[in-house]
Ligand binder design. Structure first.
Ligand code: NAD
Length: 292
């Protein structure tokens, strides 16, 4: 069984990017610049954004964190995004989701200029993804492709079952795995909360991508021998014995499923780290497209 270790795969992506930023420094050129917008004080969002900023630093990128109060006006947020769209020193803009209820997520996503849409959520980016055109691939599915590539996991001709159809993970993952790309060419079944025979479908899968946000949902009776299991789930489960009062759980019951797999991602230390690698790759690509 191969442990698809996100530390190893993301380190290799970051090394490649660091050598590119080192070359930019040597040539006296500006560095790729990611701007992250964080609204309110959601604990998980704080952690994700802090990690993105830290990884930018480690890779030699410039990063700026802009914070807004939970009560921020939608108009104020849109004005800030517009000024970042106009700023030639900014390559990538991300607004950490989820947003407070009074702000339209769709409006915010559409306000980010597609050339700086390093999260790949803009309808223009998604349309290009569906048509197989070059674009920014949403960071989590992109990270999973990078992970599969790093560990040489074959996908061509395989049956992949993706559980979850969100715009940020499941849906783009299903499109990518079915696309004619190196980590694609799968036959894909996309499952969701209205899929009646989920376990039966999973049992037919060579590759399972679990992205539903239900801790330890995937159990051994759903997994065939030798399957590749990619666990996207990150849920904080209360645990008084843990220092922080919670533990991070994936969507797969790792201990019981791992012995059946040919390869599996751990949580934490798997897809989460690759998501950041995907985001950094997109930011470098935006830099190259816009001022490389
Ligand atoms: P979401 O809530 O937007 O979507 C969940 C999807 O799962 C929905 O499409 C729903 O139909 C489906 N679903 C829910 N219950 C189901 C069930 N019982 N059977 C089948 N399908 C079911 O979630 P999301 O934003 O896609 O995130 C999914 C999980 O991945 C969460 O735990 C989230 O924290 C995690 N996540 C991790 C990363 C990372 O970097 N590792 C990135 C994004 C999201």
């Amino acid at each position: 069984m191969i442990l698809l270790d996100g530390k190893i795969a993301s380190a290799s992506v970051k090394e490649e990017l660091k050598s590119m930023t080192d070359a930019l420094v040597e040539a006296g050129k500006p560095l790729p610049h990611l701007v992250a917008i964080l609204i309110g004080n959601n604990g998980a969002s704080e952690t994700y954004v802090a990690s993105k900023v830290k990884n930018c630093e480690e890779t030699g990128f410039k990063s700026t964190l802009i914070r807004f109060e939970q009560q921020v006006d939608e108009a104020e947020l849109l004005a800030k995004i517009e000024s970042l769209n106009q700023d030639d020193d900014v390559d990538g803009i991300l607004v950490q989701l989820p947003l407070p209820q009074h702000i339209s997520e769709q409006k915010i996503i559409e306000a980010i200029h597609p050339a700086k849409d390093v999260d790949g959520f803009h309808p223009s980016s998604v349309g290009k993804l569906v048509q197989g055109l070059p674009t920014f691939v949403p960071a989590t599915p992109y990270g999973i492709l990078l992970m599969l590539a790093h560990f040489n996991i074959p996908t061509k001709g395989k049956h992949a079952v993706v559980i979850g159809r969100s715009n940020i993970v499941g849906r783009p993952m299903s499109i990518l795995l079915s696309s004619n790309i190196p980590q694609g060419n799968c036959t894909v079944t996309l499952c969701h909360s209205h899929t009646p025979n989920l376990a039966e479908l999973c049992l037919q899968a060579d590759i399972i991508v679990a992205a539903l946000g239900k801790p330890e949902f995937v159990t051994p009776h759903m997994v065939k021998d030798g399957a590749v299991v990619i666990d996207v789930g990150i849920t904080r489960v209360a645990d008084t014995t843990a220092k922080k009062g919670f533990r991070i759980k994936g969507d797969v019951h790792f201990e019981s499923v791992a012995p059946k797999c040919s390869a599996i991602t751990p949580v934490p230390g798997g897809v989460g780290l690759m998501t950041i690698a995907g985001l950094l790759k997109n930011t470098m690509q935006a830099y190259i497209n816009n001022r490389g």
